[in-house]
Design a binder for this molecule. Structure first.
Ligand code: COI
Length: 359
């Protein structure tokens, strides 16, 4: 994969903090790597990106990212191969989605070459932070946000593009229980469900809190119009595995404009096709999920996302009823597709779809 060289200024830390850390056992988002990339957009153009020591910004209280949430982000991962090689997983997809998100919030787009070149340089410089083996990853968080010093509601004129990273082992360490919420919605037609503004996430917190009060880990989201069709699960896309005679097939909600087109979702669908597992992208009503469970045909449910990779869902709570799913040990599709995905992302299986960008 090639990207136009894009000049970058580099200011390194005197000494890395990575030495001696057990990187794969660091909890998600708790220790941040040595460097970050920062580029500023002003007067209609992007300035030279700088890779500098990770640290705080001094920003005034009136910036419109803080006042109006004019901020979008991405998530992707870097992994180590068996010989210590470094791989980014499908970074072009994230560059493209970041720009779709930016366009939706009237933010300037980041040139793909600047995104990819800056990202690769940052990962190369901080590669000591990538956990070895397939037990952990370096999570990469690019974002673009407005630093306009204005309380007027208007498109951003000055913004920052930043990328910072952190090592982690897993996002969910155990199978998740989910509460189907009928009170809150994540997205609606004409809204921002298919992109990643920061503002998609804060309104979900109250729903998550209520799920947790009901003994669940997170929520299963239904559509915003009829409150009938399953859309996502917490911060993940969702998949159901159903028994169909002697075979098992998979259903995931179709991309309707309110569902995030997850890179992991797309990768899982491609791998299921490689595994000759029939996967349907279509609307699935929560009533159908209940009926399938009653008929003993709901064999698995799992969520996918960059941070979570693939998380098994153990129990779905809907209108006071618990749909308890078979134990993870009895599942065949979710564990197998997860294993394939991790094997490809860490260079342990052939990259037949050209997903890896070797640094
Ligand atoms: C990801 O899975 O990378 C996401 O962007 C979700 C995030 C809120 C943890």
């Amino acid at each position: 994969m090639t990207a136009e060289p894009h000049p970058i200024r580099i200011e390194r830390v005197a000494e890395s903090r990575a030495g001696g850390l057990d990187l794969a056992s660091i909890p998600f988002s708790s220790v941040f790597s040595d460097h970050m990339l920062v580029a500023e957009f002003a007067d209609g153009r992007w300035g030279e990106p700088v890779i500098q020591p990770y640290g705080a910004f001094l920003l005034p209280p009136n910036i419109s990212a803080l006042q109006y949430g004019i901020s979008v982000f991405e998530g992707l991962k870097a992994n180590r191969g068996p010989e210590g090689e470094v791989f980014l997983f499908r970074p072009r997809e994230n560059a493209a989605r970041l720009n779709r998100s930016a366009a939706r919030l009237a933010l300037p787009e980041v040139p793909e070459a600047m995104f990819l070149h800056g990202l690769r340089e940052l990962i190369r410089i901080d590669q000591a932070w990538i956990p070895a083996g397939d037990a952990g990853s370096l999570y990469v968080r690019p974002c673009v946000f407005s630093i306009d010093e204005s309380v007027r509601v208007k498109p951003a004129e000055r913004c920052l593009f930043i990328i910072f990273t952190f090592p982690f082992g897993s996002y969910y360490s155990a199978p998740v229980d989910v509460l189907v919420t009928e009170q809150y919605v994540r997205a609606f037609a004409g809204g921002t469900g298919a992109v990643k503004p920061a503002g998609n996430y804060a309104p979900a917190l109250i729903a998550d809190r209520e799920a947790q009060a009901a003994g669940c880990g997170t929520v299963m989201w239904l559509d915003g119009q009829e409150h009938r069709y399953v859309e996502e699960c917490g911060v993940m896309n969702v998949f159901f595995v159903i028994e169909d005679g002697a075979a098992r097939r998979v259903i995931t909600p179709e991309l309707s404009g309110t569902i995030l087109p997850g890179v992991t979702r797309d990768s899982v669908l491609t791998l299921l096709c490689d595994m000759k597992v029939l996967a349907e992208e279509r609307k699935i009503a929560i009533d159908e999920v209940v009926e399938l469970h009653r008929a003993g045909r709901l064999m698995e449910c799992f969520g996918t996302g960059t941070a979570a990779t693939l998380s098994h869902i153990q129990r779905i709570r809907y209108r006071g009823e618990d749909l308890v799913l078979p134990a993870v040990e009895a599942r065949t599709i979710g564990p197998a597709v997860r294993e394939r995905l991790v094997a490809v992302a860490t260079g342990r299986a052939p990259d037949t779809h050209g997903w890896l960008d070797r640094i």
